[in-house]
Design a protein around this ligand. Structure first.
Ligand SMILES: Cc1ncc(COP(=O)(O)O)c(C=O)c1O
Length: 394
């Protein structure tokens, strides 16, 4: 199919291959290995880079379809799928880093990413410095001769900090540093980091790409040189590959991605405006609001502001956490869970859940206050979401 087709068309049709049965919708290939016509045929298939399928740890037709479709959507020349978003981040680090190397990372990244740098990679002699992500000068000041990788999420979770990718690219490329962007909060429907200067894009497909809270999955995207020569060999030998079943579910998720993201964003903006004008709300964090510090940058860099918003409830000094918990506990429909990117709206208290393992000082530095509530806006009717939140705000 035409690679110049529109996003919505690519999301449905890119990458599709059919078996000899000529099925219309993609088939699911639940097989661990593939058979060969002869010893010579087997030997051909086992040659590095040979076309065809051998063993599903590193080659499966359904996984290939998912990879090719996601690559078309992100504008990447190559993609490799993984068992989860964390597997994608780990494989990227293993492909790029060695003992003695240094990483500069946004201090507003997913908690497990911080744990990976601090508890796992640190044991192998890889050091990480965390910086205030919106301050480009801080990234520059943190660079050392050993710095190999910049890692960030934009917008960040839960405060929606938006990071200037073109500005960061100017700093990283001058030093031969690889710029890695976790794009799972916006997906390629709303932001294409490779076109903005990133070298590598990471996805937790578990979030909006699946979009219905069913399966885990992840992906690494970038140049063929990087993916095929560096990341694929790491995954092939370490094994955290995407299952054929999950690849099939995620292919179905991609088909509806753009319509879902549009509806998520419409409802999130409406809720953000409603919360901002609510007398019981102290502050709303959403990059689609003019009050957000990076509102102008978000308008330039992202198609829409996304589905994640956070807010602080007005409370007496010392009562912030209990007021936040009251709002959460009063919800009868919105699910209390740490996951995000689902058709079902979810609500969480970051300070005691997703960011609960940080010290008080780290939380304060990251802006995760005791009164902060995070909402991942789903696809329910927005008036029902307002009614559910209003219960705890009265
Ligand atoms: C921004 C971000 N990146 C990565 C991950 C990790 O993804 P997974 O749970 O698929 O390993 C998450 C999970 O919540 C996330 O929010």
């Amino acid at each position: 199919m035409d690679s110049d087709s529109h996003f919505e068309t690519l999301a449905i049709r890119a990458g599709t291959t059919r078996s000899s049965f000529a099925e219309h919708s993609e088939a699911m290939y639940l097989t661990s290995s593939f058979v060969f016509a002869s010893s010579a045929d087997a030997a051909e298939h086992f040659k590095p880079g040979a076309p065809g399928f051998v063993y599903s740890r590193f080659s499966n037709p359904g996984v290939t379809m998912f990879q090719d479709r996601l690559a078309a959507l992100e504008g990447a020349s190559a993609c490799v799928a993984t068992a989860s978003g964390m597997a994608a981040i780990f494989a990227t680090c293993l492909a790029l880093l060695k003992s003695g190397d240094h990483v500069v990372c946004s201090r507003s990244v997913f908690g497990a990413t911080t744990q990976l740098f601090d508890s796992v990679l640190a044991r192998f002699g890889i050091r990480t410095t965390y910086v205030e992500p919106t301050e480009l000068a801080h990234w520059e000041a943190a660079c050392e001769p050993a710095t190999r990788l910049f890692f960030l999420e934009t917008p960040s979770n839960p405060l929606g900090d938006v990071i200037d990718l073109a500005g960061l690219k100017a700093i990283s490329s001058a030093r031969d540093i690889v710029l890695v962007v976790d794009n799972c909060l916006l997906t390629p429907a709303l932001q294409r980091p490779l076109a903005l200067g990133a070298d590598v894009v990471i996805h937790s497909a578990t979030k909006f790409i699946d979009g219905q809270g069913r399966v885990l999955g992840g992906a690494v995207l970038g140049s063929s040189e990087f993916i095929d020569k560096l990341v694929v060999p790491v995954l092939r030998t370490t094994g955290p590959s995407l299952s054929a079943f999950n690849a099939w579910v995620l292919l179905k998720g991609l088909e509806t991605l753009s319509v879902r993201m549009e509806r998520h964003c419409n409802s999130a903006l409406e809720l953000a405006l409603w919360l901002e004008s609510h007398p019981r709300i102290k502050r709303v964090y959403y990059p689609g609001l003019p009050s957000h510090p990076q509102y102008e940058l978000a308008k330039r860099q992202q198609a829409r502001a996304g589905a994640l918003l956070s807010f602080e409830v007005l409370a007496e000094d010392g009562q912030e956490q209990s007021r936040a918990w009251q709002v959460i506990d009063a919800c009868q429909m919105i699910s209390i869970t740490g996951n995000l990117g689902d058709t079902r709206s979810t609500i969480t208290h970051p300070a005691t859940t997703t960011h609960g393992r940080l010290t008080d000082a780290q939380r304060a530095e990251a802006g995760i206050r005791p009164g902060l509530v995070r909402l991942s806006v789903g696809l329910e009717h927005v008036e029902d979401l307002k009614a559910d939140l209003a219960r705890g705000l009265q």
